[in-house]
Design a protein around this ligand. Structure first.
Ligand SMILES: Nc1ncnc2c1ncn2[C@@H]1O[C@H](COP(=O)(O)OP(=O)(O)OP(=O)(O)O)[C@@H](O)[C@H]1O
Length: 300
């Protein structure tokens, strides 16, 4: 049976004169994997911190699980990996895992938590002596040590090497299989794309998009045609139908619902086109539509 895990009602947050969140409302059901996207400074961490009562909103309400749950019950079923690692200077990796385990009713075994952290060789090392990536791995294990049903991961892969990142996404896939509910912020959109069941795009203080990646593709274009060319933008501007056209240096990206029709119109330019590729529009490209940094494009 699906349960409402998170209910956010009209959450607003201002820091001095800057209003970061302007009225955020949504519900998350059990088993959903939410990718929370937004540019740097969009307010993703602020929203996650408000949901977890780390900062208070200027307006609005948040309910986790059921409003009958007390704070202790909520904490017991929730795992949080914040953007900044929390370091307790005097504790070793082993000690902090044991300490965290003791807090929860139904924790993972010590071995399972160590397996997530992948820090066997550093078990006796003080937390403060870990590298940035190792601290991140420990933070991930600590978020999961209580065997939570609801998990918040704020840029979990920051500082991780590619092997650690691979393992983390694998663990998240296992959590998904197990029916956990997860909210993740990450700038690694290719990995998020494989795992998320629902995308939130935070822009200008509101959720500018809430839906599946398939819905986003239906709105913005199923197919992406990319190529390099020395020809100017003017040559490609008249191509129809496009939902978006990006140019960066000599690299063009055309997004469309009608791939065949667009490819046919590129035929006259083929001698001046290199590295042509056609693919289902990736999340990375769909997200660029909402990006302010990428001004060199034509929205259709
Ligand atoms: N305690 C604070 N005091 C003042 N301003 C703050 C505070 N916390 C956040 N902000 C501001 O709020 C905005 C949103 O910050 P936030 O960290 O939520 O963004 P983000 O979407 O998580 O960004 P990033 O992708 O860079 O992590 C930023 O402009 C930030 O400077």
């Amino acid at each position: 049976m699906t349960q409402t895990m998170i209910s956010v009602q009209n959450v607003q947050k201002s820091f001095k004169k800057q209003q970061v969140l302007k009225g955020i409302t949504f519900e998350v059901k059990s088993g959903e994997i939410i990718a929370l996207l937004g540019e740097n400074g969009a307010g993703k961490s602020t929203l996650i911190n408000i949901i977890n009562k780390i900062i208070t909103p200027s307006e609005g309400n948040v309910t986790l699980f059921d409003d009958q749950y007390n704070e202790g019950q909520v904490k017991n079923r929730t795992g949080v990996m914040l953007q900044n690692n929390i370091i307790i200077d005097r504790l070793s990796v082993k000690e902090v895992i044991e300490l965290s385990r003791s807090y929860y009713k139904d924790p993972l075994t010590f071995e399972a938590a160590m397996d997530i952290a992948q820090l066997d060789d550093q078990a006796d090392l003080l937390m403060s002596k870990l590298s940035g990536g190792q601290q991140r791995r420990l933070s991930f294990a600590l978020a999961l040590v209580g065997n939570p049903d609801l998990i918040f991961l704020d840029e979990p892969t920051a500082n991780m090497d590619s092997r650690a990142r691979y393992r983390l996404w694998q663990t998240i896939a296992e959590l998904k299989q197990a029916g956990k509910t997860i909210i993740i912020t990450s700038h690694q959109l290719a990995d998020l794309e494989d795992i998320a069941t629902r995308i939130f795009i935070l822009q200008d203080g509101v959720i500018a998009f809430d839906g599946s990646i398939d819905t986003l593709r239906k709105i913005q274009g199923e197919g992406t045609i990319a190529f390099r060319s020395q020809l100017s933008m003017d040559h490609f501007k008249t191509i129809q139908p496009l939902t978006n056209l990006f140019q960066q240096d000599h690299y063009y990206t055309l997004i469309t619902q009608e791939v065949n029709q667009v490819v046919k119109q590129l035929v006259p330019f083929l001698d001046d086109i290199q590295d042509l590729s056609i693919q289902q529009t990736p999340l990375e490209t769909l997200f660029r539509h909402f990006s302010r940094e990428d001004e060199n494009h034509e929205k259709h």
